[in-house]
Design a protein around this ligand. Structure first.
Ligand code: ZN
Length: 138
């Protein structure tokens, strides 16, 4: 697959509100978007560094996969997202290579991106997201 850049790094937190002062006042980043992604049961907050983003993920209910992650591994880095030309093509390619994926088809994520997750058992234990920005000029 053709990875263009790191689109974002997802960080699981218990409370976005409690983390904002660190990102804004210490790191000097500006939160430009807060979005609830209903089907993933998460609230997200975004910061931009160059073309790469930091995505804070807060569970909106105890059934959220983010809540389960925090329960099991604590707060911290949750996943890394690579920007590719086409999620559909990349999914086909990794499936051909025998890589297990969580998503069989691209789906809609935060920020209007098409996304898909690869399975951490097949990615050296790092939950890996591939994403594609339909608005990006190729
Ligand atoms: Zn993500």
């Amino acid at each position: 697959m053709n990875i263009n850049y790191i689109e974002h790094i997802g960080i699981a937190v218990k409370s976005i509100d409690e983390c904002l002062p660190y990102y804004e006042n210490v790191l000097g980043l500006k939160c430009y978007s807060v979005e609830v992604v209903e089907d993933q049961k998460v609230k997200t907050a975004f910061f931009k560094i160059g073309q790469t983003k930091i995505e804070l993920l807060e569970p909106t209910c105890p059934e959220s996969t983010i809540a389960a992650f925090i329960e099991k591994r604590g707060e911290g880095i949750h996943h890394i997202a690579y920007c590719v030309d086409s999620v559909e093509e990349a999914l086909g390619e990794v499936t051909e290579k025998g890589v297990r994926t969580i998503d069989k088809e691209p789906r809609h994520g935060a920020e209007g991106l098409n996304i898909a997750f690869l399975h951490p058992k097949a990615t050296c234990s790092v939950l890996t997201e591939i994403c594609e920005d339909p608005k990006r000029q190729k």
